[in-house]
Design a protein around this ligand. Structure first.
Ligand code: PMT
Length: 216
């Protein structure tokens, strides 16, 4: 019976997109809906875990029994994640975090110009990279969405970010109800999954984490 398999475990999940404001009415973002992260949060709760969800803007309903922290920007997600990180047993970062924000936010609505407009962007923190550096007992899982060289790039992220596992998926997984993913533990352990509903994929991911648990 898997019902209580994560009982007493503290699980932190990030979900959805971030929004980086350009001026009072405009922002930069991406097509992540939060479905993957919310599915993981629900699955972890069904397995008995104590789940905290850090969520970007989404149309999804808040899940009963899950502490949900709503954020907008990458920096806000970073701050909230750091506050919770120390106590966690398992951390899964499924959010699509903006790598860049505008260098200078405009307090005024930016006026149309006759010519091209150039926005200067600056880097956001790489939250997962920072978590990897600080990792103690947490089992740390990342996601990678790639449009080419999926496995190679995902393996690079697994190593560079000091992760225990990475879930590699195609960019077509953004906003769809289903996804095709690979669960990667290292170059010799790559598990290819069939295309399936994100609800089901969430359980498959948790089952693999439990199977390969190191500190859980
Ligand atoms: O929300 P859905 O519509 O259901 O879509 C789900 C999804 C496709 C967004 C999800 O399955 C997914 O792949 N999430 C990661 C998206 C992504 O673009 O990742 P990345 O390759 O930019 O980043 C790699 C990892 O580092 C991710 O775990 C990400 O959360 C993390 N990261 C990235 C950038 C950054 N500045 N900070 C981070 O922590």
């Amino acid at each position: 019976n898997k019902k209580d398999i994560l009982k007493g475990k503290k699980v932190l999940i990030t979900a959805g997109r971030t929004e980086e404001a350009i001026d009072p009415i405009r922002y930069m973002s991406n097509r992540s809906t939060g479905k993957m992260g919310y599915s993981l949060a629900k699955a972890a709760k069904l397995y008995g875990a104590d789940v905290t969800l850090i969520s970007g803007p989404t149309n999804l309903k808040k899940i009963d029994g899950i502490k949900t922290i709503n954020i907008k920007t990458a920096n806000e997600m970073y701050e909230e994640t750091l506050k919770k990180y120390d106590n966690m047993d398992l951390v899964i970062m499924s959010a699509a975090v903006a790598d860049y924000k505008v260098k200078e936010y405009s307090n005024e609505k930016i006026k149309k110009q006759d010519d091209d407009l150039t926005l200067k962007l600056t880097r956001n923190p790489d939250i997962l990279f920072e978590l990897g550096k600080m990792k103690k007992n947490q089992y740390l899982v990342g996601f990678a969405a790639e449009s080419s060289n999926l496995i190679k790039n995902s393996l690079g992220k697994l190593k560079r970010k000091n992760l225990d596992m990475i879930i590699a998926n195609n960019v077509s997984g953004f906003s769809s109800d289903e996804n095709k993913a690979y669960i990667i533990l290292d170059e010799n352990k790559i598990i290819e999954l069939e295309t399936m509903q994100k609800n089901e994929l969430a359980f498959k991911i948790l089952d693999k984490i439990i199977e390969y648990k190191i500190n859980l």
